[in-house]
Design a protein around this ligand. Structure first.
Ligand code: AKG
Ligand code: FE2
Length: 261
């Protein structure tokens, strides 16, 4: 396998592997790379939605998506450029942290990509945690926060009060590597459990800013045929909408995760 690092904080690019040739035994090896680098990019793939699903199923169970999928592949959704104002993913987040068991990984396959722009940015939350002072770590370890989909619900005109929510530890231990990561995002994390929102805000604002320092970040500039997967247990991500009206079409799916501990 020919590989190269994507950036200093995270990511591994794999140049010469057709994921259609990958079976169970290779996935064990790939999973070690995935857990270490947190983003894997497989270049130059030629995949039908069925091929993408088959590869994804080697990593776990697909999570059905509430907002409708492709015909015949209900667990795969199209991400299309609908214009900057309607891009619901243009903010730092970890996918569906308002669920009790958020997806452990998300996988995107690029079909059409802009000539320039339209990158996905990532921020490594193991590094963000490691830079906190021992004093702050002591305070945060064991503290839970409430994550809610209320802002998403408002955006979609749905009932905010019925929006999904879940409480998770603010410092999460990776279920496979045992590494600790900050686990919060401005989009979904509303307050520390048993604290009011006003009390929580100053510390949360500090952590939101800290968690996306440039030295934790990387960007993936897409090419058609890229298959990319990221670890929601240890990364934040952000869809950078700087490509105007140029078309961008990705096929997205996500794999079931366990309750953050
Ligand atoms: O379109 C992208 O670059 C990422 C979108 C996103 O946030 C997601 O698929 O979870
Ligand atoms: Fe996302």
């Amino acid at each position: 396998m020919r590989t190269r690092l994507m950036s200093a904080p995270l990511g591994l690019v794999i140049e010469n592997l057709d994921v259609k040739d990958v079976g169970r035994s290779e996935v064990t090896e790939l999973n070690e790379l995935f857990c270490r680098h947190k983003v894997l990019v497989f270049r130059d793939q030629d995949l039908t939605p069925g091929d993408q699903r088959e590869f994804a199923e080697l990593w776990g169970e697909l999570v059905p998506f509430p907002y409708g999928g492709l015909k015949g592949q209900p667990n795969i959704v199209e991400l299309r450029n609908r214009g900057k104002r309607q891009d619901v993913n243009q903010h730092w987040h970890t996918d569906m942290s308002y669920e009790v068991e958020p997806p452990k990984l998300t996988m995107l396959y690029a079909i059409e990509t802009p000539e320039i722009g339209g990158a996905t940015a990532f921020a490594n939350q193991n590094l963000a945690y490691a830079d906190l002072s021992p004093g702050l770590c002591q305070i945060l370890d064991g503290v839970f926060a409430r994550h809610s989909a209320e802002d998403l619900a408002r955006l979609f005109g749905a009932d905010e009060k019925a929006a999904a929510q879940a409480n998770h530890p603010i410092v999460r231990t990776h279920d496979e590597t045992g590494e600790k990561a900050l686990y919060l995002c401005k989009a979904f994390t509303k307050n520390f459990c048993d604290w009011s929102r006003e009390e929580s805000k100053p510390m949360l604002d500090y952590l939101f800013e800290h968690s996306v320092r440039p030295e934790y970040q990387a960007r993936h500039e897409w090419r058609p045929g890229d298959l990319l997967m990221w670890d929601n247990r240890s990364l934040l991500h952000y869809a950078v909408h700087d490509h105007g009206d140029q078309s961008r079409l990705l096929h997205r799916l996500q794999i079931k995760g366990s309750r953050p501990l």
